[in-house]
Design a protein around this ligand. Structure first.
Ligand code: ASP
Length: 336
């Protein structure tokens, strides 16, 4: 396993090919190893993992907490509604309280972009050793989801030895509400780093043309791209054309909570143009695997029948793989 240099995990734009290899290798070890019940691993015994989710979550939070428990860490979770935030305490003071209780690793989700990065910076500046893992910030980034999607695809293409190499030259279609999706952004960094070509597909209101240049330069504040050569990013408005020759397709939820204006004429017309169904996939002549990070709007971004069809739907597999990937991240950040 190569050297791991990240003190925090905030954005996959900072990941090199070696970082992806490290996470995938470790996740695969945890994935195939029985780690529940009495077979928990002692790797994080005596460490405290604190989850601070300032925005709702079903999968990510419970997956991180289970991953921490499987590594024998202590787990503490913060819930904003019953906290002193409602009495006017600042976010940083709330977080410092948990650090003072001995947290070794904070998993932070916030509806505003860059909150986990700002916390990491402030805590470092005051000499705290705690690691920060971004559990999803605004539209910006959801690194653990991007990594578990990558792991799921790599395992699909190379079940015994999933690695970035399994993605090289693949055509991966991402369809849906891309402009509001932090998961799409994390997937763009991850998939292109591994040499996959990504075809983005949505109407212009959900996918500005500028996304074709998304990975051309590192994000503000990052001096250089750690990946020498990335796969291509292509914008295609027509779903049938996008799906032709695809190796896998990911679809994302319409994020109504982030839409500040009407961006679609109706859900029915959106489903007709961009919804995934068996018929649509068959028309493209491909039995491609389908991924969705959840939560799913059945009958909007994909049909309920396709979601439930385990021959092509990898959605449950993504949930299962998410635990192994999060174990890998917690281990890399907190075991040393
Ligand atoms: N669960 C993912 C997220 O937190 C995707 C979604 O909410 O649609 O970004």
């Amino acid at each position: 396993m190569s050297d791991w240099t990240h003190r925090h995990v905030l954005d996959l734009a900072a990941f090199s090919l070696e970082d992806y290899t490290t996470v995938l290798e470790l996740a695969q070890r945890f994935r195939v190893m029985p780690t529940s019940g009495a077979r928990k691993l002692p790797a994080l015994q005596g460490r405290l993992v604190t989850t601070l989710f300032f925005e709702p979550s079903t999968r990510t939070r419970s997956s991180f907490e289970l991953a921490a428990k499987r590594l024998s860490a202590d787990v503490q979770s913060f819930s904003p509604s019953s906290s002193s935030l409602s009495k006017g305490e600042s976010l940083l003071d709330t977080v410092r309280t948990y650090v003072a209780m001995g947290a070794d690793l904070l998993v932070v989700r916030h509806r505003c972009t860059a909150v986990p990065a700002a916390l990491a910076r402030d805590l470092e500046a005051s000499g705290d050793r705690v690691a920060v893992l971004n559990g999803g910030d605004g539209l910006h980034s959801h690194p653990s989801q991007g990594l578990l999607d990558l792991f799921t695809l790599a395992r699909h293409f190379a079940p015994e030895a999933p690695s970035p190499e399994a993605l090289r030259g693949r055509r991966i279609v991402i369809v849906g509400d891309i402009v509001h999706s932090r998961v799409a952004r994390s997937n763009l960094w991850a998939l292109t780093a591994c040499g996959a070509d990504v075809v983005l597909c949505a109407p212009a209101t959900l996918l500005p043309q500028a996304f074709a240049q998304f990975v051309d330069a590192p994000p503000p504040g990052q001096a250089s791209d750690p990946v020498a050569r990335r796969g291509a990013v292509i914008v295609e408005r027509d779903l049938d054309r996008a799906l032709a020759g695809a190796d896998a397709v990911m679809t994302f939820r319409l994020q109504k909570e982030r839409m500040h204006q009407h961006l679609l004429t109706s859900l029915e017309s959106y489903h007709r143009a961009y919804g995934l169904t068996h018929a649509r996939l068959e028309r493209c002549g491909s039995a491609v695997p389908v991924l969705h990070p959840g939560p799913v709007n059945r009958g909007v971004e994909m049909s309920g029948a396709l979601l439930d069809d385990l021959r092509c739907s990898l959605v449950e597999e993504q949930v299962t793989n998410g635990i192994a990937v999060r174990m890998a991240l917690l281990y890399l950040l907190a075991a040393g």
